[in-house]
Structure formats: structure tokens, C-alpha cells
Design a protein around this ligand. Structure first.
Ligand SMILES: [Zn+2]
Length: 837
């Protein structure tokens, strides 16, 4: 079904391509709309915190109805969220969401910007957010985007006046946007930026409010709206056969990894813009009232406008190529205007229109999807003039190569195919998302090159310049080098061409846990990105860790193949946390990167190079019991974490649970949100409780209170009420309430040390109330909040134990947090503790 929609989108929005690399095909109505946009000289910037925060209805309206140069500035790339469609998390999820945003913008017509801020996870308050982010750097990036994009109007998604009512990132985005609005026009702020750009003062700042910010539709209805502009974003566009809100839904349905696939809506829909700064436009007008958005805005622009307004008035839909002479005349006039901001934007738009009206197909494809420094590829060029215009391909220029003179007249509908060998320079940059090239921290990505900051993605690895003459008038067109192939089950596919290291290495497991001194076999997969590579791999180790051999050889014949190299790794005798890194020695160079490919239908394929490292942990741990039954919930990696420390873990199919069928397990663990997603548990809960009654040990991890498959009364043997309580600071204080309880003593003595080094958060959806049978074990609290005691509750029931915990073991165990393993092992050992008495 998905491919149907993609195809559908491709047809109806032929100028808004699904694959960014697919060559554009522009119908007359697309060209006409591009011309309308060319004749509008105004810009609007929408500001929020995450991919999916943006209001695509408004972005599409600004871009397609008002025709404004429109952009969305998302402060983060959404690295901290969850992924509905695949395994990418954290920085890889950030790459996927970046591409989903770009896919959305290709549909709604907006541009996309980011700051260096990292989406580090949930924060309750902007104070916390702005402590983790480098506030000064994020503000600098917002001001940089304002000074380079030069919006007349800025629209915030969130309210800067209500900290604590939504995600701290949200409120921070609005607060920083308000500050940036005041600062971007003042040369005293971030003066170093002014070597590359100029100051800019936007005219208006709005807050895109809605009933949600008022608590209810009723309250919003009666709210004072004298300071609000109301915009009907339900416009129908006959030129594309779509309503604005339909385009918006298609755009936001690109956010597939966050489950944003949605129905389309049509008809009148209102958006509300509360004025925060600048002059209020009159109610009948639009957000650009009083701002000159015509060609007379720029010095020398009238001459361009005279030609282009006339062209728009008298557009020839049957044969747009008749407009080529006027377009070239406009190009010549536009080249001479002084305002380089609008000149650059409008030249690019105009050149695209010149190509489109001529039906000129121009493409450079690589013979292979990737190459390497010092490699060589063949570039195939296809040039085809599909009009009777006079076009000559004068020359082609490739990076670091002398320009190749061609002087080929492009005759109507006669395809020219040219093949050129292109050596890849030894200094050519390796292709990678630019923000992942330097080591990043929790709050910020590190980017040194100011020109890259704000950009959604790394510019193309190789650009090809085509020097053309239209009616004897020279125009240079730049095209990225792409790779094109077909798949029987998908059709034609384009992907970016990339330059990779000659070889990369990866571990099967990113975290390897040693519960004792036994050595473990570590498998490293070496992947070749060129034919015939031969070298050796070395394993870089931390103090106390040892391998059986210092380095091991590899030899791979074919590009794309892998070879597994195995080391035997011995841990230290005492507890230790360290990292191991494979170093590939090849042709006198060292590489220690892992290649991860992100490949989905709705985005161009991405190659991401990450540091190839694995965390190794030698635990100081005592284990008891062995046979663990695991009932999967919404998906977590706890079973493999428990296997790593030697437990015998069986996955239990809930359908197979019967009376007495569980008695042989030392403990049964229920995965996260199982009572939200596993329908079958509604019928099996009584057997789980029977298991406890007969001496079993049941551990239930977090669930949310809404959408439970079983009623709250059946969740536990005694009354227990779930809440939305969470502790988001992974370093927050923890107090052990019941120091004598077996769960903090047997077999491992739990101390403050065990709560160090946790990741992302302490826990979530803690029970808010419980009956006296439960013993709360821990108390924890976020800064300036009252202590929460529901993170770990234990109750004896019959002969056994019932444990309910909202602690984020599903994050801590896969991350190799020693204290979390020790506490989890104690939970698993409650049955043994009881029987030892
Ligand atoms: Zn958000």
C-alpha cells in the first residue's frame, strides 16, 4: 500500500519528488507555479524543536498559497525518540528523521534547517534543557539561520511564556526564537558570523497557537483573539488538484518512523497566529502585510519584474518553451542586481525554470554507488533537449579536473550520451552526515565549519558543472553525481553517490557483558568497499583486558563482501568498564569506522560512518537461579542482555500459558508495555498470579495506564494504580528506603554506587498509589520535585513474590550499566533468597 501512495505522490506532485535524487519532471502547471513563486520576494521561518513538531498545513500554505520562501527550523534532529519502522536509534534515528523531514519538505515545498542541538530525551522544563544544550551555541545557530535565510516573518510552534507545560525542548525553542528575533539585527551579537553574512531584522514574530494551548476548545473559543491573525489553510489548488491540507497530510505522513502516517483532510480549517512582535496586520490581510514582496523590493529588481510579471500573466501552458527568450532576458537582468541574497535565490529558481521550459534532461550518474579515495569511476552523462530551443552543451567540469570542451548542439529529442573517467582525489572528503564527523556529547553535536551549520545534510560528494548556451546566452547548471539502478520489485531507484573508506569494521554486539573471568569470543566483521583488499585488524583495549593475539589478517576479493575475524577477549579479574575498538591496517592507513546503511522507500539511502567501538563490562556480580521465562511486550533487548550474563532465557508465547505451565521458571519477566500491546495477557494474567501464589517470582516492567488489555484491578494481586510519574534525570538522587529488604541485599549488596552511570532517565510511569502489601524499595526525584517512591515495588503473594518496576532497565541493561545488572539480578533471585531461609 505504501508504494502505491509513493507512486501516487510522484504523479500528482511531480515537482515535489519522493526521492530527492530523482531527476525532476516538470509539467506546465508545475512551471507556472514555480514562476508564481519566482515573482514573490518574501520569506517565512517556522521554528520548533523536533521533527514532527512542525505544522505542515501552515508551511504548505505559506509555500503554496502565499508563495513565500518558507523554511522549518527544527532545533534538533529528533535523535531521542523511538522508531516504529526499524532498528535505528539515537544518532542514526537523527539521520533517518532528518531525511523524513526533507521528504516532507519536498512535498510541502518548504526548506529545512537544524541547529547543532542534540535531542537528548525528555525534559520537563526548559531550565533543564538549556543546561544540557549549550544555550549560547543553539542561540548562535538560530541567529545564523535568521541572518542567512533572512525571514520577514518568524512563526513559533510553542509558547515561550509557559515553561513546564510541555516538553522542555519545545518551550526552549520558543524562548530562544524570541531572543534571536531581538538579536539577529544587532551586529554586537555573534559578530564573527558577519564575516560570512549580514545582520537581519525580521518584521514580525508570531506564535502559532491553537486550542491545545488553552486546555480545551471551549476555552479557546471564548479567548480574546484581537491579537491573532486567523488564516484559512484549507485552500484548494486547481493547478495541482489538491487541497492545501491534503498536501500537508501527505507531507507529515513522511514521518513514518514516528508513526505519523495519517488520513488526509480537506475543506476550510483555521490556523491562529498570535502576534508577539512587530505590527499587527489587518484582519483581512496576510502575514506579509506592509512588507514589500515584489521585485521592486531589490534595487534593479523592477527590470526583472517587468519581464517576469508579464510572463506570468501570459503564460503559455501548451508550449512553455516559447518563453525561453524572456527568461534569458530576465536572467541577464537578474545577474546584475546588487542584493546578493535575493539574486542567489532567484537565479537558482530561474535556472530551474529555464531547464524545465526547454524540457532539458541533464543527469550525471556514477558507474558504482560508492568509491574510495584514490579510486576511479566512470561518469555517464545524459543530455537531452526536448524542445526546439537552441541549446549547446559547451563544456563539462568535474572536481579537480580541467574542464572538458564539448560544443555539442543539443538537437530536439536527440539524446547525447557521454562517458568520462573520473579519478577520486586522495583528499576527497569521506561521505558522512557532517554533524557525526566529530565526537558529540549529550547536548550538542560538534561542527566547526560555520558554512555547514544549519544545513539539513552534507552537500553532495561530487557536483558536476554543465556550461550551456541557450540562444547563445551562457548558463551554468550544477548537478550532483548520483547512482541509479533498478530493482525488479521496486523499479528505478536513485541514491546519493558516496566516497567511503576502503574497509570498515563492526561488532555484532555493541555491549558485551562479562559476569565472570571467562574469556569470550569477539567477532569483528570487516567489510570491503573496494576489490582486493588485504591487511590486518588489531583490537585496541582498555587497561586489564587481554586478547589471544595482537592482530589478525584478513583478505577480501570483492567489494561488498565481508570477512569475520575472531579474537578471544579476557576480562580483568575485578570490575571494569571499557571500550574495545578494531583498527584496520590497510595500505599504510588506519581505519576504525563502522558503516551503517539506512535504507527505506521514502528517503534516499544514507551511509553513516560511526566510531566502530563496543563497550565491554566486567561485572562484580553474584547470580542466583538460572531459568528465566520472558514474555515480550512492545520490544526490548532485555532477554539478550540476561543471556549475556549467563541466564537461560526462554521466550514464552502468551498463548501457550496454562495452569502449572510456568512452575519450572526461577523467575518470569514481563517486557515493557506488555499489558498495553499483548491482548492475550487479558486471559493469562490469572495463570501468572497463580504462578506467584505457588512460589514463583514475577517481575513486571513499566506499562502505561491508558489502553491496557486487562483492567487495572487484575494487573497486580493487590490494588496498584499507575501514574505518569517519571524521573527523567539519569543522575538524580536515589534513596534506598528499605535497607534490609532482600532485593537490595541478596545476592548483591546494592549501594549508591549502583545508581551511577545510568543513561537517559531513571524510569517512567511509576505507580502513584499502592496497597500496604507492597514495599516501596527506592525513592528518587528530579531537581525541585518531590520524591517518588513507586519505581520499584515488591509484594509477597502466596508463596512467591510480585515485583512491579518502572525503572528503565530496558535502557540500562543494553547500555551495559553495571548497577542495573546487579539490581536486576537481585530481582531475579527473590525466589532463591526465600528458599535459602
Ligand atoms: Zn516535539
Amino acid at each position: 500500500m505504501r508504494s502505491f501512495w509513493l507512486l501516487f505522490t510522484l504523479i500528482i506532485l511531480s515537482n515535489k519528488l519522493v526521492y530527492s535524487q530523482t531527476p525532476p519532471s516538470h509539467s506546465s502547471s508545475d512551471i507556472y507555479q514555480a514562476l508564481q513563486k519566482l515573482n514573490f520576494l518574501g520569506s517565512a521561518l517556522y521554528v520548533a524543536a523536533h521533527p514532527d513538531d512542525e505544522n505542515t498545513r501552515l508551511i504548505s500554505y505559506l509555500s503554496n498559497e502565499i508563495k513565500a520562501n518558507t523554511a522549518y527550523l527544527s532545533l534538533t534532529r529528533g535523535d531521542g525518540g523511538q522508531n516504529l519502522i526499524g532498528p535505528e536509534l539515537r544518532e542514526l534515528l537523527g539521520v533517518l528523521r532528518t531525511e523524513e523531514l526533507l521528504a516532507a519538505r519536498r512535498i510541502d515545498g518548504g526548506k529545512q534547517f537544524f541547529t547543532r542541538a542534540n535531542d537528548f530525551g525528555y525534559s520537563k522544563h526548559p531550565n533543564e534543557t538549556l543546561e544540557v544544550w549549550n544555550k549560547d551555541e543553539v542561540l548562535s545557530d538560530i541567529i545564523w539561520v535568521i541572518r542567512t535565510f533572512k525571514p520577514d516573518v518568524i512563526i513559533n510552534r510553542f509558547d515561550h511564556r509557559s515553561p513546564g507545560t510541555t516538553h522542555g525542548h519545545h518551550t526552549s525553542s520558543a524562548m530562544l526564537s524570541v531572543s534571536a528575533f531581538d538579536m539577529a539585527g544587532n551586529a554586537a551579537h555573534y559578530p564573527e558570523q558577519l564575516n560570512k553574512t549580514s545582520i537581519w531584522q525580521p518584521s514580525r514574530l508570531f506564535f502559532n497557537t491553537s486550542w491545545w494551548f488553552y486546555g480545551s476548545e471551549e476555552r479557546f473559543k471564548s479567548a480574546d483573539k484581537s491579537n491573532m491573525l486567523q488564516v484559512d489553510v484549507g485552500t484548494y489548488y486547481p493547478l495541482s488538484g489538491l487541497s492545501n491540507n491534503e498536501i500537508a497530510a501527505l507531507a507529515s505522513s513522511q514521518h513514518l518512523c514516528q508513526g505519523f502516517g495519517r488520513l488526509r483532510t480537506r475543506g476550510s480549517e483555521m490556523e491562529y497566529l498570535e502576534l508577539l512582535k512587530g505590527e499587527m496586520p489587518s484582519k483581512e490581510s496576510d502575514i506579509f502585510e506592509g512588507i514589500n514582496t515584489t521585485w521592486s523590493r531589490v534595487e534593479g529588481g523592477d527590470a526583472v519584474g517587468k519581464i517576469l510579471y508579464d510572463l506570468e500573466q501570459n503564460f503559455n501552458f501548451k508550449d512553455p518553451s516559447t518563453h525561453l527568450p524572456q527568461l534569458l532576458e530576465a536572467h541577464s537582468a537578474l545577474k546584475n542586481i546588487k542584493d546578493d541574497h535575493w539574486r542567489n535565490i532567484k537565479l537558482k529558481e530561474l535556472e530551474e525554470i529555464i531547464l524545465s521550459v526547454s524540457g532539458l534532461f541533464l543527469e550525471a550518474t556514477a558507474s558504482e554507488a560508492s568509491s574510495y579515495q584514490g579510486g576511479k569511476i566512470t561518469v555517464s552523462i545524459e543530455a537531452l533537449n526536448r524542445s526546439n530551443s537552441d541549446i549547446v552543451l559547451k563544456s563539462i567540469a568535474m572536481p579537480n579536473q580541467p574542464s572538458i570542451a564539448k560544443n555539442i548542439p543539443l538537437k530536439e529529442n536527440k539524446k547525447e550520451l557521454i562517458e568520462i573517467g573520473l579519478p577520486i582525489s586522495n583528499e576527497a572528503p569521506i561521505t558522512n552526515p557532517y554533524w557525526l564527523n566529530e565526537k558529540w556529547d549529550l547536548g550538542m553535536y560538534q561542527v566547526k565549519d560555520q558554512d555547514l551549520i544549519g544545513k539539513p545534510e552534507t552537500p553532495a560528494a561530487i557536483n558536476i558543472n554543465f556550461d550551456l548556451e541557450f540562444n547563445g546566452y551562457p548558463v551554468r547548471i550544477v548537478k550532483p553525481l548520483v547512482y541509479r539502478y533498478s530493482r525488479p520489485d521496486k523499479g528505478e531507484i536513485y541514491q546519493p553517490f558516496s566516497i567511503l573508506p576502503k574497509a570498515t569494521a563492526s561488532f555484532k554486539d555493541k555491549v558485551i557483558i562479562f559476569a565472570d573471568s571467562q574469556p569470550k569470543e569477539i567477532a569483528i566483521s570487516v567489510k570491503a568497499h573496494k576489490d582486493h583488499i588485504e591487511g590486518k585488524v588489531q583490537l585496541q583495549l582498555g587497561k586489564g583486558w587481554q586478547v589471544d593475539q595482537e592482530s589478525k589478517p584478513f583478505k577480501i576479493s570483492n567489494k561488498g563482501d565481508q570477512q569475520i575475524v575472531r579474537f578471544l577477549l579476557s576480562p580483568p579479574t575485578t570490575k571494569s568498564e571499557s571500550y574495545i575498538t578494531p583498527i584496520i591496517h590497510l595500505d599504510g592507513k588506519e581505519v576504525s569506522k563502522e558503516l551503517v546503511e539506512i535504507d527505506y522507500d521514502h528517503i534516499p539511502k544514507q551511509s553513516v560512518l560511526l566510531p566502530a567501538e563496543a563497550k565491554v563490562v566486567r561485572l562484580n556480580i553474584i547470580k542466583n537461579g538460572n531459568k528465566i521465562g520472558y514474555i515480550r511486550g512492545a520490544g526490548d533487548e532485555i532477554p539478550s542482555s540476561l543471556q549475556q550474563i549467563g541466564y537461560d532465557v526462554s521466550i514464552i508465547d502468551p498463548a501457550s500459558i496454562r495452569s502449572q505451565s510456568l512452575q519450572h521458571y526461577d523467575a518470569i519477566v514481563v517486557g515493557i508495555r506488555a499489558y498495553n500491546v499483548v491482548e492475550e495477557l487479558k486471559f493469562k494474567q490469572r495463570f501468572l498470579l497463580e504462578y506467584v501464589r505457588n512460589g514463583g517470582n514475577l517481575i513486571i516492567q513499566y506499562n502505561t495506564a491508558d489502553r491496557q488489555v486487562t483492567s487495572m484491578e487484575n494487573l497486580a494481586p493487590y490494588p496498584l494504580t499507575l501514574s505518569r510519574n517519571r524521573v527523567t534525570d539519569e543522575e538524580s538522587d536515589v534513596e534506598i528506603l528499605d535497607k534490609n529488604h532482600p532485593i537490595v541485599n541478596y545476592p548483591n549488596k546494592i549501594t549508591q554506587e549502583d545508581f551511577k552511570g545510568w543513561v537517559q532517565e531513571r524510569g517512567l510511569y511509576f505507580p502513584g498509589q499502592w496497597s500496604k502489601e507492597f514495599t516501596p524499595i527506592l525513592s528518587m526525584w528530579d531537581k525541585d520535585e518531590s520524591p517518588l517512591k513507586g519505581s520499584l515495588l515488591v509484594a509477597p503473594y502466596g508463596e512467591g513474590y510480585y515485583v512491579y518496576t518502572g525503572l528503565s532497565f530496558f535502557r540500562e541493561l543494553p547500555a551495559g550499566v553495571p548497577g542495573a545488572y546487579r539490581l536486576f539480578t537481585n530481582m531475579l533471585s527473590l525466589k532463591q533468597e526465600k528458599s535459602k531461609k
